[in-house]
Design a protein around this ligand. Structure first.
Ligand code: CO
Length: 214
């Protein structure tokens, strides 16, 4: 007899079989082709949130998007995990479109607006508290808490786009005249739609590199 709780993972294995069969029916060569190589056109840095699966919300297929996810889509300067993904994506796979996609209602961003708490996630959330501190003047102007939350989600994306543009991977790519674009998007859980925040960076902006960075 199936013990629903203990055997929950088996549901995934069953679904996987069904999915594989369905995909093969649509394209008998799909897996053979995918097994040969990957040639994704997009690199996605998104939130780990289960409600924001990159392929599903963009209607894309296996092989289309190279993906890195963490809590609240944060780009940390010393995160070797993220930096390795960006390096491999841009330099080996030759990807020209890097997308940082946040989402409204993000638990990680929400946590950064509340009191301090314990555990490993608290240290991670500090990165978002820094974003709130950098932009406190902007955020303090917004009286409505929900609106302030939405704004911090957007500012967090913009900040991560900026941080990504300062990585040696992107700076080197732009020095070599690669046409790499770093986009900032935000996804709405309420209607499933993505908004482009128009914070795209397409070059190394040296004027921001000095001590006068705001
Ligand atoms: Co999130």
């Amino acid at each position: 007899m199936l013990d629903i709780k203990a055997d929950l993972h088996k549901i995934l294995l069953g679904r996987n079989k069904d999915w594989s069969e369905k995909m093969l029916k649509e394209n008998p060569e799909l897996f053979e082709e995918l097994a040969q190589h990957q040639n994704p056109f997009f690199l996605w840095i998104g939130c780990s949130d289960s409600r924001v699966p990159p392929n599903q919300i963009t209607g894309t297929m296996p092989g289309d998007i190279f993906i890195h996810r963490n809590i609240a889509n944060v780009v940390v300067h010393t995160d070797m995990n993220l930096l390795s993904v960006v390096d491999y994506g841009v330099n080996v796979l030759g990807i020209d479109h890097v997308i940082v996609c946040g989402h409204y209602g993000c638990g990680g961003v929400k946590a950064a607006m509340g009191p301090e708490f314990g555990g490993a996630a608290a240290s991670w959330v500090r990165h978002i508290r820094d974003v709130a501190r950098i932009h406190h003047a902007d955020l303090d102007m917004i009286a409505d808490e929900k609106e302030r939350f939405d704004r911090l989600v957007e500012l967090n994306v913009a900040e991560q786009v900026y941080d990504l543009s300062r990585t040696t991977v992107l700076r080197d790519a732009w020095t070599k005249k690669r046409k790499v674009q770093v986009h900032g998007w935000v996804y709405s859980l309420k209607d499933g739609l993505i908004t482009d925040l128009n914070v795209t960076r397409t070059r190394y902006e040296a004027e921001e590199a000095g001590v006068d960075v705001d």
